[in-house]
Each structure stands twice: as C-alpha cells, then as structure tokens.
Design a protein around this ligand. Structure first.
Ligand SMILES: [Zn+2]
Length: 212
C-alpha cells in the first residue's frame, strides 16, 4: 500500500498517504483490495462458515470496507487546523475539550477500542478552531493503536498541529479484546495520560459505554 513520494512526518510516526487517482496507484490498490477480501473469505472458511451462503457472500467486501473506515487515518492526511486571531491583549489560559468520542482498533487483535479523549492545551500563535481539534483527534485515533503509545503520540501531534505552548491528554478506552474475549471483563476501562510543557488543569474523562 506504500506509495512512494507521499510520505510525511507527523510527530514521530511516518505516515503513508495514498492518493490513488493522483499517483496512478488505482490498479495496484484494487488488486491489493481483492487480495484482502480473498483473505477474509479464507478466514471465514477456516472458521467453518459456508461462504456461499447469501448472508455472508458479500461479507469479505463489507469487512474490508469497515476496516478501511476504522483505519482511515493511515491513508488520509490529517485535517488542517484553522487558526483565529485573539484580537485582545491577553495571554490565553488552558483550553479544555473533554470527552471527544473516537474509535480505534487494537494493533494486537484488530478488535475495536471505544475511546473518550479529553485534551487541554495552552494556545501559542493563534487560536485553533474547536471543530478542527475534534476532527484531528478522531483522525489520529483511526488506526491500529497501542493505547499507551497512542497517548504519547497524540500529545506530540497536538503540540505540533495546534502550535501549542503546552498540552495535556487523557485517554479512556474500553478494549473489546479484553471485554468480549480473553479476560472477558465488561466492567474495566483503561486510562492513560501524557503531558507536554507547563499546564495545570484537571482533566476528566468519562468511561465509554457508561450508559450500559
Ligand atoms: Zn487487543
């Protein structure tokens, strides 16, 4: 899936941006997609499913499409953050955005992680638009992750993309790989935090799926 010449650096991760039509990778991409769908079909067969059954005959195509949606951050460029002038003589204090809902997949099992992400930042040069900060967080989550590393990375990403003086991030995740399999514990959640620079605020983070 790597398209040469479309590499960019965000934080410490190298991202591969694939602009199929623009760089003539369409044929290669559709071949790779057919192989991925074939792989899902083989998995279903291995599990004992009758893959010719009407209900599942198109499941490999749908599964690959769903995984594309859940990992779109691997291929799409990050949303551009818009900055507004403050138009007032003051040092802006920390801005807090709590409980941004996002979905990831765990990189060990490819099962969903339901996330609530709270962020706080001290703006530097310009005030970032609220909606773009939320979109950036959701984009960052849309890939296979390990929550501990993700939390550190998103702190660096926000420092860079928000041109922030300081950042604090709190991530609360419910991992389906320990919720529905393995430990099979539906009550726990995992909270991780990362801080960059001087910032003193309390961040709350609701447990995802708390309405059960
Ligand atoms: Zn897992």
């Amino acid at each position: 899936m790597v398209c040469k010449g479309r590499l960019a650096r965000v934080g410490s991760l190298r991202l591969n941006f694939i602009y199929g039509r623009r760089c003539g990778c369409v044929l290669k991409e559709s071949r790779l997609k057919a192989r991925a769908e074939g792989g899902v079909k083989e998995l279903l067969e291995y599990l004992g499913e009758d893959v010719s059954r009407p209900g599942v005959v198109n499941t490999p195509r749908r599964f690959v499409k769903a995984m594309e949606e859940l990992t779109r951050g691997l291929r799409e460029p990050p949303p551009e953050v818009v900055f507004f002038p403050l138009e007032y003589e003051a040092e802006v204090g920390p801005v807090v955005i709590e409980n941004i809902g996002a979905v990831s997949v765990c990189e060990h099992h490819l099962l969903p992680i339901i996330l609530r992400i709270s962020v706080a930042y001290v703006p530097g040069n310009g005030i970032p638009g609220l909606s773009k900060v939320i979109k950036l967080v959701k984009w960052a989550a849309a890939r296979p992750i390990m929550q501990e590393r993700f939390t550190e990375w998103i702190a660096d990403l926000l420092m860079e993309k928000l041109r922030a003086k300081a950042v604090y991030v709190k991530v609360c995740g419910v991992h389906m790989c320990s919720f529905i399999r393995g430990a099979k514990d539906e009550h726990h959640s995992m909270t991780t935090e990362a801080k960059r620079g001087e910032i003193n605020v309390r961040l709350r983070c609701k447990r995802p799926l708390s309405c059960r």
